[in-house]
Ligand binder design. Structure first.
Ligand SMILES: *Cc1c(COP(=O)(O)O)cnc(C)c1O
Length: 367
């Protein structure tokens, strides 16, 4: 059996004719940028996110950068970020000239260790950027409390957690502005690059709308130095189709995760994902950990099961961040996760027989 890390075959088979119709309708309309399809998707995504507004942008990294810019984050400001996140969270901070201040994750949830945030807050700190990594929400209640106490903005990085909730509230609805990505492989994915910003502060949202479109509200009249980061009509129409399936597809992810949880739970030396109190997990990534990660990975590939590593090198050890002079050992928890983590295949359409094969393949390694 051959099991890829990710396959779109099943989810696209559910909606192929609708996707084609959506593309056809955009071609027929003759309007490709900033039109009705975008307006429609923005309304639908705001509703899904339980926010007053959603603004489509070109990708998730831009969504983060534009959020920070809109909040006035600038040169020399400090932003609290996880030490173990995908590089985009850090790059967004750098892009506006601010400094990412890493905070170690909780080794069980892989999300920001809330008890370590306050010791990193200085007079220059302007915002906290919680990342709901792998599809599990951060402890947002406590993070919002800390932000309030220290007068900080919160920008959620919700790229991996569409439809996840914390204490009944959906991720992407807590912060002042929140960024998400619709990169094809995300739980809600376009057929190309796309992203969005969500929020409830209409004044901020208005600024976002202007910034993403050349700093212009009225064509050829520029109020600020904006960027070109628009979500095009084709991707918006595609996302509107996919939005109708996201609840079903998320449930299918959870069913597969439950099976992995059950079948893999008694393997000694293998750590499974947990769900912290108050959270729901949407399993963008089903991440296991073992000190024998490299050997397990080789074993699985030999059997035709293709895992992935999210992520092999934490941001502080990336060449791109050599300027900060961080070295191995500076963020040991992030490093431990990077050295021991393995993401096993989990996507809607993974059949029961395939899930069983993944389980048996993992078991045969530990036997
Ligand atoms: C994917 C991702 C992003 C960036 O999204 P793009 O659309 O690829 O720019 C940002 N943060 C996290 C946590 C992500 O997983």
């Amino acid at each position: 059996m051959k099991i890829p890390y990710l396959s779109f075959n099943y989810q696209h088979s559910l909606m192929k004719s609708e996707l084609k119709d959506a593309c056809d309708s955009i071609i027929e309309s003759g309007w490709f940028i900033m039109g009705e399809a975008l307006k429609k998707f923005e309304q639908e995504y705001a509703q899904l996110s339980n926010t007053s507004d959603a603004v489509g942008v070109a990708n998730g990294l831009d969504a983060l950068i534009i959020s920070l810019k809109t909040l006035g984050i600038k040169e020399g400001d400090e932003i609290i970020v996880p030490s173990n996140t995908y590089i985009a969270s850090w790059l967004a901070v750098s892009a506006v000239g601010a400094i990412p201040i890493p905070v170690e994750p909780n080794i069980k949830t892989y999300n920001l260790d809330v008890d370590r945030i306050e010791e990193k807050i200085s007079s220059r700190t302007k915002a906290i950027m919680p990342v709901h990594l792998y599809g599990l929400p951060c402890e947002m209640d406590r993070i919002m409390e800390i932000a309030k106490k220290h007068n900080l903005f919160v920008v959620e990085d919700n790229a991996q957690a569409h439809l996840a909730t914390y204490n009944g509230k959906i991720t992407g609805s807590f912060g002042n502005l929140n960024a998400t990505s619709f990169y094809p492989g995300k739980n809600l994915g376009a057929l190309g690059d796309a992203g969005a910003i969500t929020g409830n502060d209409t004044e901020l949202i208005e600024k976002v709308r202007i910034l993403r479109n050349y700093g212009s509200e009225k064509k050829y009249y520029n109020m600020v130095k904006g960027v070109n980061s628009r979500l095009d009509e084709m991707q918006a129409a595609i996302l509107s189709v996919k939005l109708n399936y996201i609840a079903q597809l998320t449930n299918e992810r959870k069913v597969i995760a439950r099976k992995y949880d059950k079948e893999l739970s008694d393997i000694e030396g293998l750590t499974l994902p947990i769900i912290n109190d108050g959270a729901t997990h949407v399993y963008h990534i089903y991440l296991v950990r073992t000190p024998k990660r490299d050997e397990l990975m080789k074993h699985l590939i030999n059997l035709g099961v293709y895992p992935f590593i999210h992520y092999p090198l934490p941001p502080h050890l990336q060449e791109a961040y050599a300027e900060f002079g961080y070295k191995k050992g500076d963020f040991p928890i992030a490093e431990e996760i990077a050295d021991t983590c393995l993401s096993i295949p989990l996507y809607p359409g993974l059949t029961d027989a395939e899930t069983t094969y993944v389980v048996e393949s993992i078991k045969s390694f530990f036997e």
